[in-house]
Design a protein around this ligand. Structure first.
Ligand code: NAP
Length: 254
């Protein structure tokens, strides 16, 4: 970029997209990134550029942090289910008069051959399980407690770190970090005689192989819909669009 000063971008991260954006912006002259991670994962994959880890202490504290660190733009590249930090980013950027861009993945949609049931929440997913099911639960360790009272079915729980709260009585824990390809996912389904997959509608390519494997094996899927996002921040769906938005905006304001 042709500008005299460095523009500081805070990337709210914890996703593959946030790391890819830090790499892409690292190649743009005049932009400096700081990626913020919540600190949920014991051994996170660290992005390039500067990093900070841990909550800010609420939206007002985030607004103060933006001012103290002379942030020009915030990119909310958090997971589509990380709704609290998204709302905090909206409020804090308004308070601190800082621009906000949302970078998110387009949601998955059912295609021919898919046997999906959509539900609004993890508790709704738990109450939709047919007794006697063999469930592949891929919704992340933080939500496993919602299934703790389901004693009529068996669960294969896949997560990066172990769940810390209550867990279902009949459960095998499989600790692993994606991405996984379709062959791997087909093997997980077949080896464990899975007849129900439960997933959040996270979207993106990184974790969709399980859905392709479930379709091929004609396995039922409960898909938890995304929480509705409030606020009016512009939204982009890929890294190139985010870089374009940032460079255009920064050119017009500097
Ligand atoms: P959340 O419920 O939206 O946020 C809870 C609190 O965690 C926020 O109020 C904030 O604390 C802190 N926080 C969240 N993301 C942060 C970030 N990037 N940097 C600094 N603080 C952050 O979030 P969550 O669902 O627990 O997700 C936490 C992180 O894991 C996110 O960064 C997200 O991208 C990633 N992740 C989430 C999921 C998921 O399914 N939810 C899946 C994959 C990755 P303060 O109020 O103290 O600032």
């Amino acid at each position: 970029m042709d500008c005299d000063r460095t523009v500081r971008v805070l990337i709210l991260g914890g996703t593959t997209e946030s790391r890819a954006l830090a790499v892409a912006l690292g190649a743009v002259q005049g932009i400096e990134t700081i990626t913020s991670l919540a600190g949920r994962v014991a051994e996170p994959i660290l992005p390039v550029g500067r990093t900070r880890i841990g909550g800010f202490g609420g939206p007002d504290a985030l607004a103060g942090w933006l001012r103290d660190n002379a942030i020009d733009v915030v990119v909310d590249a958090t997971h589509p289910f990380a709704s609290t930090i998204g709302a905090h980013a909206e409020q804090a950027t308004r308070e601190a008069s800082v621009a906000l861009l949302v970078l998110t993945r387009p949601p998955w949609t059912a295609g021919e051959g898919d046997r999906w049931t959509s539900v609004a929440s993890l508790p709704d997913a738990a109450s939709s399980i047919t007794p006697g099911s063999r469930v592949f639960l891929t919704t992340g360790r933080q939500g496993v407690h919602h299934f703790a009272s389901v004693d009529h079915s068996w669960f294969l729980v896949r997560a990066i770190d172990p769940p810390t709260g209550p867990v279902p009585p009949h459960m095998t824990l499989h600790l692993n970090r994606g991405p996984f390809d379709v062959d791997h996912e087909a093997m997980m389904l077949a080896d464990n005689r899975i007849d129900l997959l439960i997933t959040k509608n996270s979207g993106g390519d990184m974790t969709r192989a399980k859905l392709d494997a479930a379709r091929a094996a004609s396995i039922s899927v409960i898909v938890v819909d995304r929480p509705a996002r409030t606020g009016s921040a512009p939204t982009v769906f890929d890294i190139a669009a985010a870089v374009d938005w940032l460079t255009n905006r920064l050119r017009s304001t500097l």
